[in-house]
Design a protein around this ligand. Sequence first.
Ligand SMILES: [Zn+2]
Length: 279
Amino acid sequence: MPELPEVETIRTYLAGVLPNHAVVRVPHLDGRMVKMGTMAAELIRGRLPGLVVQSIGRRGKYLIIQFHDGSALVIHLGMSGRLVVEPTTTSWRTHTHMVLGLPGEAELRLVDPRRFGRIGYFLEFGEHTLKLGLEPFDRKFTGDYLRDRLSARRSSIKTLLLDQSLVAGLGNIYADEALFGARIHPLTEGAAISRQASRRLVGSIRRVLRVSIAHRGTSFSDYVDALGQPGENQAYLAVYGRTGDPCVRCGAPIQSMVIQSRTSHFCQQCQPMLEDLEG
Ligand SMILES: [Zn+2]
């Protein structure tokens, strides 16, 4: 599923093509995809034409098309969503759920076979419209901050990293990679993570995200960028999807286990439970 690096890759591309262009028409918007905000699909379709794109933002895994009038169209790609820019002369793929007409005979199209994605339109969009935790690259996201937020939490750190209210943008891939980089077992309780380990984790989260953004995201089955190109970060993953392969650090086979219905990947040797080590 698209996580922060994949959404950031799409954002970067759209930021180069959409700003200062108006939405010229909305030929299609599936009401079942409108799962955020209060405005229904038919009203959104009537409202968007003529609005000029000011900027393309991102919060966590949400892509934000911000218009000059202060309103914003917010898109979450869910499990299988793709956002592509294509010429109007090419036909819509099956499972196309939103089409925004752009100047120059182009269209921004949302394709989502599993329809776990969601769209919302907000007349006024601000920092607190989406209830999310800090961005991983926010200066306020420090080891001390993370430690304080974890100190009373009994859940596993893997579960907590997936909770978008602690830090926004991590999904299964980068949570596993970040925990490997910080040498923390995914089942370690939040409260057992020391200040020092929290600092390692913050550094590791930023590192795995930065590396993946540089590779234009990770592609397994679904993800492609807005030009339809897959990312290249899958070749650089240390644990995710590598069950049974040798650990890049110690050579032990990578393990997997299901934590809260998501498969977690880790190295038993390199990622001890922290309560054993640091209390
Ligand atoms: Zn290892």
